[in-house]
Ligand binder design. Sequence first.
Ligand SMILES: [Zn+2]
Length: 320
Amino acid sequence: MNIDLAVILCLADEKENQPFDEYVAKVVDNLLAKNPEERAFLSRYDIHYYIADNPNDKSIARVVDADYSDDMLLKNGRRFAVVFNRDLLSQLKNEDSMAFVVGHELSHIMYQKGFPRVRNLDLDEEVACDCSSIRLMNSSDYNILDVAAVDMLYSDISLDMRERIIKRDTFMAKEGIYPADRMGMSRVLNKEIFVNLHKKPWKRDSIFEKQEPDVSQIVEELGDIFERGDRTDFKRELNDFLSKKTSEESSKMIMSILGRVMTDFPSIMETRAKNGCRRYYNHPVSVMSDIVWEQFGRSGQKLLPPNYLIIVNRYVENNR
Ligand SMILES: [Zn+2]
C-alpha cells in the first residue's frame, strides 16, 4: 500500500489496521471456500483491506489500485486496496452484510480483469458485482437477507437502486437462490476491530534525525519514495542537510545521488508515460530537481565528479 494513497484516504497506521485486514481476509476466505475458480483467479493479486474515515464519500467501500494508477482503473493493477468507510460500516450489524460488500468489491476486480463467471452474467458492472457477491454468499454460509441492510445505508433509495434490486431478484430466481434459506443465522459483525482505530495519517520516518545519511541511504530512501510516496518532508530535510555543507560537498553529493538514481531507476519520461503524474512526481529525479536548483544556485565552488557528470549529461539529453 503506498503512503500517498493512505494519506489521501486518512487511513490508520498500517500496523494498527492489520487486525482489520486479517478479519476481512477471513470473511473473504469464507466466501471463496467453495469457489476454487474465483479463489485461484483472485490469488493472482495482492489484495488488502483497510478502514478509512471518508465522511464525504457516500459509498461503504471502494476498491482502488494500490500502485498509484491515477485513473483509478483496475485493469492494469496487481495490488489492490479495498477501503471501507468506517462510519457506514459501523452502521451494519452483521458480518453477512460486510461479506456482501467485500464480495461486491472483489467482483469489480474480477469484472475488470475479465473473469468469465462475472462477465458472462451479461449485466452492467454494478449489478453484475451485486449478483456475483450474492452467489458467493449463497455458496458459503452467509445470510443473503442481510444484503438489505447495506441497501438501507443509502438514505433515499433511488430509481436506479430499485432497478438494481429487481435485477438481483431476477438473478436469484433464475439461479434458484432463496434469500430466506439462512434466516436468523447471521453472524455478528466484529466492530471492536475498527471502531476504535486511531485516525493517523501515515508518515515516513526521517533518515536525517539519528545520524548523517550517506549517498547510499539517500538513494535507498528515494527508491522507497518512488514506491510508496510521501516526499514532502524528505525534500525539505535533504535540502536543509545539504545547505549545512559547503557548496563543494553539497554539489558532489548531489552528483553522486543523481548518477546513481539515473542508472538504477526507470527513466523519468518512461515513468510519466506509463504510470501517470503521481508516480512521476515521486520519481527520484523529479524529487531531486528542486533541490538541485536550490543547491546549485548557492555561491561558491562546485565539485562535479566526471564519471557522474557524463551520466547526468546523457540523461538530461534523453529526458528533456
Ligand atoms: Zn460497485
